[in-house]
Write a protein that binds this ligand. Structure first.
Ligand code: BES
Ligand code: MN
Ligand code: ZN
Length: 494
């Protein structure tokens, strides 16, 4: 069930709601909404600040139940931290914590004043968009293959933000982007025995059927064989779940406007193949289609927003398995581009499916810009951890656009160089290029590999290996980089 969002004009002390949410800074400084509630409730908040029960620490939550003088049944007091250092990231954090706290309470709706607190450099539309996306993120539950905990209890279904009507465009964007984020998270969280290449293709087809202006085309392995997808097909050869190439097209712009294009790595499970990965933690490699999920989610968001542009979204989908028919280290593949590739490690499979997809996307759509997203390298996780996606591009303007979109949405990326100096690491005696570049600069050499298949294209690469899911046994897909990509498209329409 999805959370319903709205804007309201109301006073926090008199609105009739199961819960109102107000913010308090550190050092007992109340926001104006908190001050109004406090005044109506005879100092109920200030007393708890003085007693130390309410610290104002960023993300802390305290609940007042049925305070006299206040119409709402509850008041959730959320700590905002120090006012002088309050910023966009803190704003997102406190909205996530507020939504988590609301999710633990037996209530179905609430009204939040947290979108009304000042954030330096941001307007009301940004605040509402960010707050709604934060709340939707916190409210998401994975239930496809497990019973929800606390079933039968009331759960938060509607959240209203008290702020001016000028924020409505921000809320409209948030609702569309949240749908894209959920689409991506759900697809990525599904187990690899359900989310196969054919499943991804079916999801894309179903989306196209349900939406005007959206068309879907799926190439199966036989068609790809005829067309010469020698690199992509090699990766999938060891699996009973045959590869697919999934292409969605949205025509929201002028007939003659060149499309933007997304390409997303869709490895539905990455065992490493013959270069087998170690067992512990291998289950996390079901998320190796996080790039596919991310670009599909951004596509969903763009369609839901009705953006006035044309957009293609291409997903090479395959499963990387060890088998008697698997491709092997030493194999030389002929890619769709005609370039030959020496396989030195079958675990560097993402770039092998992406290179053919990039070639096909450039030829088929002649996009004005092409951005790929991929859980491509452990090296990127080592370099940037879980906070930033790696961004690589030879096009400074495109890189700047994507970095700015990441900042605006707090779905941040950090640029790594793509200098030709690194290209020699991919030299091979037996083919035009090797599929691995040795010990150093693994994220960059993967980007360099892809760059050889994007000649003449305005292209950027996002390595989301560290950002696509939260690690560990209970880690869920994050939905990144849906927000970044959706914002980039929004900015292209401005
Ligand atoms: N899907 C992995 C990358 C990955 C690893 C993502 C860990 C998230 C967490 C990719 O296919 C892979 O195995 N890459 C290898 C490349 C190497 C063989 C050059 C890697 O990073 O170890
Ligand atoms: Mn791999
Ligand atoms: Zn992989």
């Amino acid at each position: 069930m999805t959370l319903q969002f709205s804007l309201v004009a109301a006073a926090p002390e008199s609105v009739d709601s199961p819960c109102v949410v107000v913010g308090v800074y550190e050092n007992g400084l109340l926001t104006s909404a908190a001050a109004r509630v406090d005044g109506a409730a005879g100092g109920a908040i200030k007393r708890q600040v003085e007693s130390g029960d309410i610290s104002g620490k960023a993300g802390s939550v305290n609940l007042l139940f049925a305070p006299a003088g206040v119409a709402a049944q509850r008041v959730l007091v959320v700590g905002l931290g120090a006012q002088k250092s309050f910023d966009a990231a803190r704003f997102q954090k406190v909205n996530i914590e507020a939504a988590r706290a609301l999710g633990r309470l037996p209530l179905e709706s609430a009204v939040s004043w947290l979108a009304d607190v000042d954030v330096p450099g941001q307007d009301a539309a940004w605040r509402v968009r960010t707050a709604a996306l934060a709340a939707d993120h916190a409210a998401y539950r994975y239930t496809a293959t497990v019973k929800p905990r606390g079933a039968g209890q009331p759960t938060l279904a509607a959240l209203a933000f008290a702020t001016g009507a000028e924020a409505q465009p921000g809320l409209d964007q948030a609702i569309a982007i949240a749908e894209g984020v959920r689409f991506a998270r759900e697809l990525a969280n599904l187990p690899p025995n359900i989310c196969t290449p054919a499943y991804i293709a079916a999801q894309a087809q179903a989306f196209a059927e349900a939406h005007d202006k959206v068309a879907c085309r799926v190439l199966d392995h036989e068609e790809m064989e005829q067309l010469g997808f020698g690199s992509l097909l090699a990766v999938g050869r060891g699996s009973a779940n045959k590869p697919k190439l999934v292409a969605l097209e949205y025509r929201g712009g002028a007939d003659d406007a060149k499309p933007y294009a997304f390409v997303g790595k869709g490895i539905t499970f990455d065992t490493g193949g013959i270069s087998l990965k170690p067992g512990p933690g291998m289950e996390e490699m079901k998320f190796d289609m996080g790039g596919a999920a991310g670009v599909l989610g951004a596509f969903v968001a763009a369609v839901k927003m009705g953006l006035p542009l044309n957009l293609a979204c291409v997903v090479p989908a395959a499963e990387n398995m060890p088998d008697g028919d698997s491709y092997r280290p030493g194999d030389v593949l002929t890619s769709l581009s005609g370039q030959t590739i020496e396989v030195l490690n079958t675990d560097a499979e993402g770039r092998l499916i992406l290179c053919d997809a990039l070639t096909w996307t450039a030829r088929t759509f002649q996009p004005q810009a092409m951005v790929d997203a991929a859980t491509l390298t452990g090296a990127c996780v080592t370099a940037l951890g879980k906070h930033a996606s790696g961004l690589m591009s030879k096009h400074d303007d495109l890189a700047a656009e994507l970095l700015a979109a990441g900042e605006a949405t707090l779905d941040r990326a950090w640029r790594l160089p793509l200098w030709d100096d690194y290209q020699v690491q991919l030299d091979s005696a037996f083919a035009d290029v090797a599929n691995i570049g040795g010990k150093s600069a693994g994220a960059i050499t993967a980007g360099c590999f892809l760059s050889r298949f994007t000649d003449g294209q305005r292209w950027a690469h996002l390595d989301i290996a560290g950002t696509a899911w939260d690690e560990g046994r209970k880690g869920l897909a994050t939905g990144r980089p849906v927000a970044l990509l959706a914002q980039w498209l929004i900015d292209r329409c401005a």
